[in-house]
Design a protein around this ligand. Structure first.
Ligand code: FES
Ligand SMILES: [Fe+2]
Length: 369
């Protein structure tokens, strides 16, 4: 059931989707202290493997050293060059591409070619800036702010569930990255409402239609919202799902589709065969980027039949999710353009009440003072 019985006020203004000042305040006050999934532990097979990416305007280098992951601001303390501009690679040394300054895993300068030119050397101010890294399941999270709540605190009561759902017996079969020409809140709002399903996903999710209110529950919390959709155990798709899970040696089925939004920008989906993590990151006031990882059940069984079934399940998930992401993205830019010209206040239906809770959180978190 929905929490509200009547339509809700649209709490944000068009400027919240357009203004450079709002975008700056969001990064400072929401994104710096939040945890953002940026990669998988399995992306770093050996010490020296690294990846680089932008995180809310911060160039980041994430690298494995002695089995541990470390994140740095990808800027050399000598003359500001990015240590590397490769998106990923392997290097046994953490070394700047320009003049070869070398850094230790803790960020300290370890070697300066022709070091005598830099006497007296200010070793402390020359260290790389480090970011905090943590993992949950196989997901690797980075926090920009040096201080702030830990990852377990950020994920709240879903921490254990995420830990279990993004690791064996589930396995990542699809990673997805896409840039959007729209404010980051537009795709977040899309993902937390089911109102658009029959219209935007007529074939991919058409079977769902308008899910009856009685079959679902919304939970609106201060720092998150959740949709729990209880599937009919007597229905053919659910019976089939249970059979597949049995054939793969999966954990007990819960016959639920759970969609959880951790404010501001993190979304998880849990079902018996698929789990899904997606993050939305601002790259400017009217541009954004998403990263997503889909895991599918591989199970405990390793026989040839189980392997074929697991492969088919994964293939089905990749095909469906690629199409769903494409369909959703088809309206984002049109909504952004509309917001820029809109004379309306907008409104939010009860089926969309998770957006209202998200807007309420934004208003509270960005309130002056
Ligand atoms: S800028 Fe990095 S070594 Fe010179
Ligand atoms: Fe959608």
């Amino acid at each position: 059931m929905f929490v509200h019985k009547e339509q809700l006020a649209y709490l944000l203004d068009p400027a919240d989707y357009l203004s450079p000042e709002v975008a700056r305040a969001e990064v400072e006050r929401l994104f710096r202290a939040a945890w953002h999934p940026v990669a998988l532990t399995t992306d770093f097979r050996a010490d020296g493997d690294y990846r680089t990416f932008d995180l809310c305007g911060h160039p980041v280098l994430l690298r494995r050293h002695e089995g541990q992951l470390h994140a740095y601001l990808n800027v050399c303390s000598h003359r500001h060059c990015q240590l590397t501009d490769q998106p990923q690679g392997h290097d046994p040394r953490l070394v700047c591409q320009y003049h070869g300054w070398e850094y230790a895993a803790g960020g300290q300068v370890a070697k300066v070619p022709d070091g005598g030119c830099f006497k007296p050397f200010d070793r402390e101010n020359a260290r790389l800036q480090c970011f905090t890294v943590d993992t949950c399941g196989e997901l690797v999270f980075v926090r920009i702010a040096p201080e702030g709540p830990g990852l377990a605190d950020h994920l709240g009561e879903f921490h254990a569930r995420v830990d279990a759902a993004f690791a064996p017996p589930y396995r990542c079969n699809w990673t997805y990255a896409r840039e959007f020409a729209c404010n980051w809140k537009i795709p977040v709002e899309n993902t937390v409402e089911t109102y658009h399903l029959p219209f935007i996903h007529p074939t991919t999710l058409g079977g769902f239609g308008m899910i009856p209110e009685e079959a679902q529950a919304h939970w609106l919390e201060d720092r998150s919202t959740t949709l729990v959709y209880s599937l009919d155990p007597a229905s053919e798709p659910v019976k089939k799902q249970r059979q597949v899970s049995r054939q793969l040696g999966g954990p007990p089925c819960h016959d639920q589709y759970i969609h959880h939004h951790v404010f501001p920008n993190l979304v998880f989906t849990f079902s018996d065969l698929f789990t899904y993590a997606q993050v939305y990151l601002p790259t400017g006031p009217t541009t954004s980027r998403t990263l997503a990882w889909m895991f599918s059940l591989e199970g405990e069984k390793r026989g040839p039949i189980a392997r074929i079934i697991a492969h088919m399940v994964a293939r089905h998930g990749v095909k469906a999710n690629s199409a769903i992401q494409r369909e959703d993205a088809s309206v984002f830019e049109a909504q952004q353009r509309g917001i820029a010209a809109s004379p309306f206040k907008g409104c939010i239906g009860t089926r969309e009440e998770r957006i209202w809770a998200f807007h309420g959180y934004l208003k509270r978190a960005l309130a002056p003072g």
